[in-house]
Write a protein that binds this ligand. Structure first.
Ligand code: KG4
Ligand code: ZN
Length: 333
C-alpha cells in the first residue's frame, strides 16, 4: 500500500496530486493568470503566487482523494529544471511536510515526469520508445529505455517549440501563453496560406530562433503594405505557423524513428496539447505504422499527476532523498 502526495511548482502552475497505489486520485492545478499581461512568466510574481496557492491546493487534493495527511506514505516534488524561486516554494513545502510527518522524500525531474505521464492511464508505451517532449522551455527527442533510463538523442539548439508558439502569438498581439490561442485561431485558417522557411539543422536537433525572426519580418513587411494585415489574416497566419512548426517537429521525429528502428512513438509536454501536432501523430500511425501515445489534455501542460506517477516508480525502486536536497534550475537526466 502506498499513498503519495506530489507537488509541482517549476513554472506558473501550482499543482498537487495524490497517487494511491499507482492510481491518480486527485490532480489539483492552480493556474496563475497574473502573467497574462506581461507577455511571459515573471519569476518573482510566480514565486509569490505559489506561496499563496500551495496550502489551499494541498488541502483540496487531500479532500478530493479522501485522504487524511496522516495516511500519506511519501512526498514527491519537482526538483527541477525550472524557475529557481518557483521550485523553492514546492521543495521547501515538501521538505517541511515530510519532516513534520516523518515521511520519505522523492525528488523528480520535471522533464522525465512529462514523459512518465504516459504511465498514468492505458495504453502505456513499451520500452524502448521515442518521446518528443515539447514544452515552453524544452524541445527534446528522448529515447526512453526504462522508467529512469532515458537518453536525449536530439534537442533544440536555441528556442523551444512552445516559445516559437508564444513568441509568434506575442507578435500577433495575443496574450501569454499564446500557444493555445494560435491553436484556436488555426482551426478556422488555411495551413497552406503562407510559407515559412524550414530550419536546416544537422542530426536530430532543432532550431526555432531563425523561424521566429522570419515571422517577425513576414509580419512587419506585410503590415507595411496593409496595416490591417494581421487582423484580416489572423486565422490563416496561425494555421500556417502551426502547420510549419508541426512539420519541423515531425520531420525529425520520423528521422529518429528510422535511426533507432523504433515504432513506439509518444509526445509529451505542453505543446503536445496542440491539435495540429496530435492530428499529425494520428496520421503517422497510418502512414508510418507507428504505435502512437498521446497524453490526455490534463497531463500535457504542467501538472502534479505526472510528478506523482514518476514519484510512485521511484518509491517502488526505493529511490529517496534527504532533507539536504535543494531545487535545481538546470537538471540533466
Ligand atoms: O509543459 P508546459 O505546461 O510548461 C513547461 O514545462 O514549459 O508547456 C507550456 C507551453 C507553452 O509554451 C504553451 O504555449 C504551450 O505549452 N502550449 C501550446 C498549447 N497548449 C500549451 N502550444 C500550442 N498549442 C497548444 N494547444
Ligand atoms: Zn512542463
Amino acid at each position: 500500500m502506498s499513498i503519495l502526495l506530489a507537488i509541482e511548482s517549476s513554472c506558473d502552475e501550482t499543482s498537487v496530486a495524490i497517487c494511491n497505489n499507482g492510481k491518480i486520485t486527485a490532480n489539483v492545478i492552480a493556474n496563475q493568470t497574473i502573467h497574462e499581461n506581461y507577455g511571459g512568466v515573471i519569476p518573482e510574481l510566480a514565486s509569490r503566487v505559489h506561496q499563496q496557492n500551495i496550502v489551499p491546493a494541498i488541502q483540496q487534493a487531500l479532500t478530493i482523494a479522501k485522504v487524511n495527511k496522516k495516511d500519506v506514505n511519501a512526498v514527491a516534488f519537482t526538483q527541477g529544471p525550472g524557475l529557481l524561486g518557483a521550485l523553492l516554494v514546492g521543495v521547501s513545502f515538501a521538505k517541511s511536510f515530510a519532516l513534520a510527518l516523518d515521511l520519505p522524500l522523492i525528488a523528480v525531474n520535471h522533464m522525465q515526469a512529462h514523459i512518465l505521464a504516459h504511465f498514468i492511464d492505458d495504453p502505456k508505451p513499451e520500452f524502448p520508445f521515442l518521446c518528443l517532449t515539447v514544452s515552453g522551455g524544452h524541445t527534446q527527442i528522448v529515447l526512453v529505455k526504462d522508467y529512469f533510463d532515458m537518453e536525449i538523442v536530439g534537442e533544440t539548439l536555441d528556442d523551444a517549440a512552445g516559445e516559437a508558439f508564444d513568441k509568434t502569438a506575442k507578435l500577433l498581439s495575443l496574450p501569454y501563453p499564446g500557444g493555445p490561442l494560435i491553436d484556436k485561431h488555426a482551426r478556422n485558417g488555411n495551413p497552406l496560406a503562407f510559407k515559412f522557411p524550414v530550419p536546416q539543422i544537422k542530426d536530430l536537433n532543432y532550431s526555432f530562433s531563425g523561424f521566429k525572426t522570419a515571422i517577425l519580418y513576414f509580419i512587419r513587411d506585410n503590415q507595411k503594405q496593409n496595416p490591417l494585415f494581421v487582423e484580416e489574416n489572423l486565422s490563416d497566419i496561425c494555421a500556417s505557423v502551426q502547420h510549419s512548426i508541426v512539420n519541423i517537429l515531425l520531420n525529425k521525429l520520423k528521422k529518429a524513428a528510422k535511426q533507432y528502428n523504433c515504432n513506439e512513438i509518444a509526445i509529451a509536454g505542453g505543446v503536445s496539447a496542440n491539435s495540429g501536432l496530435r492530428k499529425a501523430l494520428i496520421d503517422a500511425k497510418e502512414s508510418m505504422g507507428w504505435n502512437v501515445y498521446i497524453p490526455a489534455f490534463e497531463y500535457c501542460t504542467d501538472n502534479a499527476a505526472m510528478i506523482a506517477i514518476a514519484g510512485y516508480h521511484k518509491f517502488l525502486a526505493g529511490d529517496f532523498v534527504g532533507q539536504e536536497t535543494s531545487p535545481m534550475a538546470r537538471m540533466n537526466f
